[in-house]
Design a protein around this ligand. Structure first.
Ligand code: ZN
Length: 172
């Protein structure tokens, strides 16, 4: 990293200082400064608004520790201590944002698909550079939420995001 940070990242951090807790004179140096492209800005902004609302009511501690792209989708990590109820709500908000990233072009924010190439990316047709969509996403739709606590404990939960509505038929 050469230290150059895109403006949208700084704007996101400035808009949600309580969640990023950046150094006062250099917001771009916040630990959780997004390591992804601008197409995910909106879903990150929505995530921040949701988490701010959830955390505010709780009075607990929350700080993004890392926001990045991995295997074509968003990964969000945080440090803090929240009541179990609020903790679960924050996890849910993060899981939704990560799931949304799987169908959102990381470059422009339009509808995207996971694409194969030298590495996995989520891109719309216009930004696909001819890379084919991945048809079978076995395992890749798992959403991972990793939390680190001050005492070093680490919790990992995995969720499966299924975009297809489930048919709850009654078996005869
Ligand atoms: Zn695009």
């Amino acid at each position: 990293m050469c230290g150059v940070v895109g403006n949208w990242r700084v704007e996101l951090i400035e808009a949600h200082r309580d969640l990023f807790q950046p150094p006062a004179d250099f917001p771009g140096a916040a630990q959780g400064s997004p390591e992804c492209d601008a197409g995910w800005r909106d879903l990150l902004d929505r995530l921040c608004v949701r988490i701010a609302g959830i955390v505010q009511a709780d009075g607990g501690a929350f700080k993004f520790s890392q926001i990045k792209e991995k295997y074509g989708t968003l990964r969000v990590y945080w440090d803090g201590a929240l009541s179990p109820d609020v903790d679960a709500q924050v996890e849910e908000a993060i899981a939704l944002a990560e799931a949304r990233s799987a169908v959102t072009c990381e470059e422009c924010g339009e509808e995207g698909r996971l694409r194969d190439g030298a590495w996995l990316t989520t891109r719309c047709e216009a930004h696909s550079e001819g890379r084919p969509p991945v048809e079978h996403r076995s395992g890749l739709e798992n959403v991972h939420v990793v939390r680190h606590f001050a005492d070093g404990r680490r919790f990992v939960t995995c969720r499966r995001y299924d975009r297809r509505p489930r048919l709850l038929g009654i078996e005869e």
